[in-house]
Design a protein around this ligand. Sequence first.
Ligand code: PXP
Length: 246
Amino acid sequence: MTERVRLGVNIDHVATVRNARGGSHPDPVRAARMALAAGGDGITAHLREDRRHITDSDIAALSQLCAEAGRPLNLEMALTEEMLAIALRHRPHAACLVPERREEVTTEGGLNVAAQAGDMTRAARALSAAGIRVSLFIDPVAEQVEASAAVGAQVVELHTGRFCHAVGAEHDIELKRLAEAARLAHGLGLEVHAGHGLDYETAAEVLAIPEIRELNIGHFLIGEAVFIGLDAAVARMRAVMDGVSG
Ligand code: PXP
C-alpha cells in the first residue's frame, strides 16, 4: 500500500501576524503544535534573509518541537552561507532551497538550478552529509528537474503558483506541466513534493498526480484559520487529501 500523501503545514504567516505588533502573539510554535495535532504530518517554515516573518529563535523552537514530536521540520531557505550554517546547526529533516528576492511579496518563481549548478552541488553535498534531505523548489520544467537530479537533490518541490492562478484551459495546461515534471522527476529517482498557493480545491486537483508525495501549504490554511480555526482548517485539508470530503 502506498503511504498517504504528507501534509506539511507552513506556519510563516502566523509569524507575519505576530510581527505586525512586535510581540509574541500569535506564537508560531503553538500553531505548529496545533497543526500537528490536527493532522499535519510536518511543519514547514521559511527563514527569510530579512526575517520578515519567521525568526532565528522560531527556528530553534520549531526544531525542538519537531524533534520532541518525532515530526519532520522542512526549513525553506535561500542558498546563502548564512542559511547553510543555520541549517547545519539545527539539522532539520529537510532543507528546501528557494529563490529569494528582498522586494518580493512571496516566492515568485522556482530556482534556476541549471544556472547555479556548482553552488547547488556544494550545498547539496554539505546538507546531505549532515543527514538533511535536500529539496529544490522549481518550476515544472524538464530542464530544472534534470538539473536538480544532477546536482544531487533528493527531492523536488514543484511550484504550483502558476497552476493555482491560471483559469480555464490554461489551468489544465499548467496541471499537465506539473504531471509531466512529476513523472520525469520520479523517473530520475527524485521524491516529488508540490506547493504554493494551494487551497482545498487545487490541492485535490494536484493529488491526481500519483508521483506527488507531499504538499506544503501555508497562506490558505492560516487565512482559513481566521474563520474556522487552524485545527479545523488543517483537519479539513487532511480530509480533502484523504479523499474523505471535497
Ligand atoms: N513551498 C514553498 C517552497 C514556498 O516557498 C511556500 C511559500 O512560503 C509554500 C510552499 C507555501 O505556499 P503558500 O503559503 O502559498 O501555501
